[in-house]
Design a protein around this ligand. Structure first.
Ligand SMILES: Cc1ncc(COP(=O)(O)O)c(C=O)c1O
Length: 378
């Protein structure tokens, strides 16, 4: 990244690590053959993809046969929800999720509702946490799946996966976790945590864009949502993106080595930043629950978040609004509404997410701009 640009939007995308790019490079040019081809060149590519599958499987304590590569976190989430619902609708037509999921879960659930599925969207408290007793009460004999995030993309909430898994197991309900935001910092062991399906993507873990993973525990009934040549045991047809697959595996190897150090560094920087912003009088959303170490959701009084993002951008700092927006209208964030923020607060919320390359100087610069904005406004 260039020196005059401060990037604080790691929840939207992480830079691809140069070691990942180097690992991918040969698979664009020298080792390019189709992994389904029977010739030696194809087999070489296939072997690379299988090696990567093993790395990914080891990372989450799964078996390689339980790992499927897709093109995005959105696709993995859609495959989990649609694929499980299609395969299990003889059991019932009920899914439980929360009000603060990523749109790739919420919108696929809304689509299922139009197809006569019943969806329960669990409420959350001001920290983004569900009530475990409400979860238990929501499950019925008709419930086929519970889908929940691990690391909410706007406020960073980390639910207690083990507790949720126990509730699911006791009620014979499949358990899907969307961990796109978490794996650079939080370890997931699918066996220990009792997870049946797990989503994560390259673009949020210093890997490449255009590649993601869906772990599907052996024995889970799931149908494809894409039909074609039968690749990946017919669950996800389409020629595999081998450079991307090699890249996400390399990203995982790097995380294995430096996850703890990265976590400590961003946690310290984020906490210092948070303390300084609070000292300026800014409110931090969802700060009391267990959350990701690099997330900050901040209410900026008397200003619209779109304007704050614009001002930061003019100063060479990339942050994002806490709510999705288009040029003509502001769409209020489901997440921020669910944690009971007023409309005014929702439209004043910005998201600052830091990462591996963030420095103390970057954070000081963010504080300085916030200070300037506040003193000019008040
Ligand atoms: C929690 C979460 N789930 C799913 C996605 C979707 O991932 P992708 O952009 O790879 O489709 C994102 C991306 O922002 C996310 O943060």
């Amino acid at each position: 990244m260039t020196n005059d640009f401060i990037y604080a939007d790691y929840a939207a995308a992480t830079p691809t690590d140069s070691r990942v790019i180097a690992a991918m490079q040969p698979y664009f040019s020298d080792i390019f053959a189709n992994p389904s081809s029977a010739h030696a060149a194809g087999q070489k590519t296939a072997n690379a993809a299988e090696g990567a599958r093993k790395v990914i499987a080891d990372f989450i304590n799964a078996n390689p046969e339980e790992i499927y590569f897709t093109a995005s976190g959105t696709e993995s989430n859609n495959l989990a929800v649609l694929g499980v619902s299609k395969a299990n609708n003889n059991k019932g037509r009920h899914i439980v999720t929360t009000k603060i999921e990523h749109p790739s879960i919420l919108n696929v659930c809304r689509a299922l509702e139009r197809d006569d599925w019943e969806i329960t969207y669990l409420d959350v408290n001001e920290s983004g946490e569900i009530s475990y007793s409400e979860l238990e009460e929501s499950l019925t004999t008709q419930t086929v799946l519970l889908s929940i995030h691990y690391g909410n993309s706007e406020i960073g909430t980390l639910p207690d996966l083990k507790k949720i898994s126990e509730i699911c197991k006791n009620n014979d309900v499949l358990f899907h976790v969307d961990a796109c935001q978490a794996l650079s910092y939080e370890k997931i062991d699918v066996q220990e945590m009792g997870i049946d399906l797990l989503t994560f993507n390259g673009s949020k873990m210093y890997g490449p864009k255009g590649v993601a993973v869906l772990y599907v525990r052996y024995g889970v009934d799931i149908f494809p949502i894409i039909y074609g040549g039968g690749q990946q045991k017919s669950l996800r047809s389409g020629t595999e993106n081998v450079p991307g697959i090699v890249g996400i595996a390399k990203a995982v190897e790097i995380i294995e080595r430096q996850c703890e150090d990265d976590k400590q560094t961003v946690f310290q920087l984020r906490n210092d930043l948070e303390t300084q912003l609070e000292a300026l009088g800014l409110k931090i959303n969802a700060k009391n629950g267990k959350r990701l170490p690099n997330h900050l959701s901040v209410v900026f009084p008397n200003l619209k978040n779109v304007d704050v993002v614009k001002i930061f951008n003019e100063q060479g700092i990339a942050i994002s609004a806490g709510s999705a927006c288009s040029s003509s209208s502001i769409v209020e964030s489901d997440v921020l509404r669910a944690i009971d923020l007023s409309s005014e607060e929702i439209q004043a919320t910005i998201r600052i997410t830091i990462g591996r390359e963030t420095t103390k100087k970057d954070c000081d610069q963010i504080v300085a701009i916030c200070n300037k904005l506040l003193s000019e406004r008040i």
